[in-house]
Design a protein around this ligand. Structure first.
Ligand SMILES: Nc1ncnc2c1ncn2[C@@H]1O[C@H](COP(=O)(O)OP(=O)(O)O)[C@@H](O)[C@H]1O
Ligand SMILES: [Mg+2]
Length: 374
C-alpha cells in the first residue's frame, strides 16, 4: 500500500524498472505502470498524437496507427433549454450567511483550524499509484452524480496532482452537466479502444473534458440512449487511466448492475449514496451486508453519504446514521442544498456551508480509506 513519497517521482522510478505493458482486462491491482505525467495537466494540451509507429501493437488492442474517427462534439444541454436554466441559487439563505459571518467574529476558530488541518492532510495524502473511488447507490436519482461531482471538485481543489472524474453510468447520466461541461466528444468506450501504454498524459488529456476549475472529466457517452457500458470497457479504461491520475472518482450506475458491482469490487474505496428515507437507509444496509462478503476489506474502505435531496425529509438523521454505522462504515450526512436541488452545473461558491463541509469530510473519509485501508 501506498503511504508517503511523491506520486509522479515514484511512477518515474517504477517506469525505469518496469517495461510498459499492454492495457489488459485483468484485475485492477495487477496493473503495470504507464508513462508519467510530463507536464502540468492543467495546462492546455495539444491534440492527441498517435503512438510511435515503431512500437509493436499489443495483441487484443486496437492498432493506434489507425485513427479512430473523431466523434462530433455534442452539447450537454440543448441550447434551447440552456436559456431556461435560471440563475444559480445559493445553498444558504441570506439570513444564514449573515448569521454565520457574525458568529465567526465572536467565537474562537481554534477547533476549526485543527479540524481543517486534519481534513486537508487526509485529502492531500501522497499516492504512489492512482487511487480509484467508486460511487454508487441502490437506485437512480438519489445523488450519485451530485456526490461524484462534489468529490471530484474537492479533490481537485486540495490536490496538485491530476484528478479525473469518470462517468461509468450510461443511463443518460448528469455528471457532465454537474461538472460544468458544455459539450462532450470522446466517451469511455472510445478511450477503451484508443488508450495504449505508449501514450503520455498530454496525449490522454486531449481526449478528456477539462473542468473549469481544474481536473478532467471522461463521460460515459454522448448523452444519447445507447448500449450500456460493459465490464470489459470499465476495466480497460480504469486500469489504463489510473496510471496518469492520482485520484479517479467513478460515478457508477446503480447496484446491482454488473459495472457497479465490478467497480465496487475493484475500487480502492467506495462511497454508497443513501437517500434519507427509511426505505433508502434500509436498502443501503443490505448493500453494506453484501459488501461485507467481498474480499479486500470492502466494508472497511466504504463511506456512506446520507443524502437529503428533499427539504421535506422527516427521518431522524442520527438514528439513520447510527443504523448504517453499525455495519462498520463511516457515515457523512449531506444536507439538502437549494443550489444542488436546482440541477445544472455545480458552482462551488454557491454551495451552502454545511454542504461544503460535508463534501470535504466525505472526500477525506474516502481518501483515507483509499490509501490506508487494505
Ligand atoms: N444534497 C442535495 N440537496 C438537494 N438536492 C439534491 C441533493 N443531492 C441530489 N439532489 C437532487 O437530486 C437530483 C438527482 O441527483 P443525481 O446526482 O443526478 O442522482 P443520480 O446520479 O443518483 O441519479 C439532482 O438533480 C438534484 O436535484
Ligand atoms: Mg447519475
Amino acid at each position: 500500500m501506498t503511504e508517503g513519497g511523491d506520486w509522479q517521482r515514484d511512477v518515474l522510478r517504477e517506469l525505469a524498472d518496469t517495461p510498459a505493458a499492454p492495457a489488459s482486462t485483468g484485475p485492477v491491482e495487477a496493473s503495470p505502470p504507464m508513462p508519467p505525467a510530463p507536464v502540468d495537466p492543467r495546462l492546455p494540451s495539444p491534440p492527441p498524437q498517435p503512438a510511435s509507429p515503431t512500437r509493436p501493437v499489443p495483441r487484443g488492442t486496437r492498432d493506434p496507427r489507425l485513427p479512430l474517427p473523431t466523434p462530433e462534439s455534442v452539447p450537454t444541454v440543448d441550447p434551447r433549454l440552456a436559456h431556461a436554466l435560471g440563475r444559480p441559487q445559493h445553498g444558504d439563505s441570506l439570513t444564514q450567511r449573515t448569521g454565520r459571518s457574525l458568529r465567526r467574529l465572536t467565537t474562537s476558530a481554534g477547533q476549526d483550524v485543527a479540524e481543517q488541518t486534519y481534513l486537508a492532510t487526509e485529502l492531500q495524502q501522497p499516492v504512489t499509484t492512482g487511487r480509484i473511488i467508486a460511487v454508487t447507490s441502490i437506485r437512480g436519482g438519489v445523488g450519485k452524480s451530485t456526490v461524484s461531482a462534489l468529490l471530484g471538485r474537492t479533490f481537485n481543489h486540495y490536490r496538485h496532482d491530476p484528478v479525473l472524474t469518470l462517468e461509468a453510468d450510461a443511463a443518460l447520466g448528469t455528471l457532465p452537466v454537474r461538472m460544468g461541461a458544455e459539450s462532450v466528444r470522446w466517451s469511455c468506450a472510445d478511450l477503451a479502444q484508443i488508450l495504449t501504454p505508449a501514450m503520455q498524459l498530454t496525449d490522454v488529456t486531449g481526449y478528456l473534458v477539462p473542468v473549469a476549475d481544474g481536473g478532467w472529466l471522461l463521460p460515459a457517452g454522448q448523452g444519447r440512449v445507447g448500449a450500456p457500458m460493459d465490464v470489459r470497457t470499465y476495466r480497460t479504461v480504469t486500469l489504463a487511466l489510473r496510471r496518469y491520475f492520482a485520484v479517479t472518482v467513478v460515478d457508477c450506475e446503480s447496484l446491482p448492475g454488473d459495472v457497479a458491482r465490478t467497480a465496487m469490487d475493484t475500487a480502492h474505496a467506495r462511497v454508497v449514496v443513501a437517500p434519507m428515507t427509511a426505505e433508502g437507509v434500509n436498502g443501503t444496509r443490505q448493500v453494506l451486508n453484501w459488501l461485507a462478503q467481498l474480499p479486500h476489506a470492502a466494508l472497511a474502505s466504504t463511506a456512506v453519504a446520507l443524502s437529503a435531496s428533499s427539504p421535506d425529509t422527516t427521518l431522524d438523521e442520527k438514528t439513520a446514521a447510527t443504523h448504517l454505522r453499525e455495519a462498520g462504515v463511516a457515515v457523512v450526512s449531506l444536507p439538502y442544498d437549494r443550489h444542488l436541488a436546482q440541477g445544472g452545473p455545480i458552482h462551488t461558491v454557491m454551495l451552502g456551508q454545511a454542504t461544503r463541509d460535508a463534501a470535504v469530510r466525505l472526500a477525506a473519509e474516502a481518501m483515507h480509506r483509499a490509501v490506508r485501508v487494505r
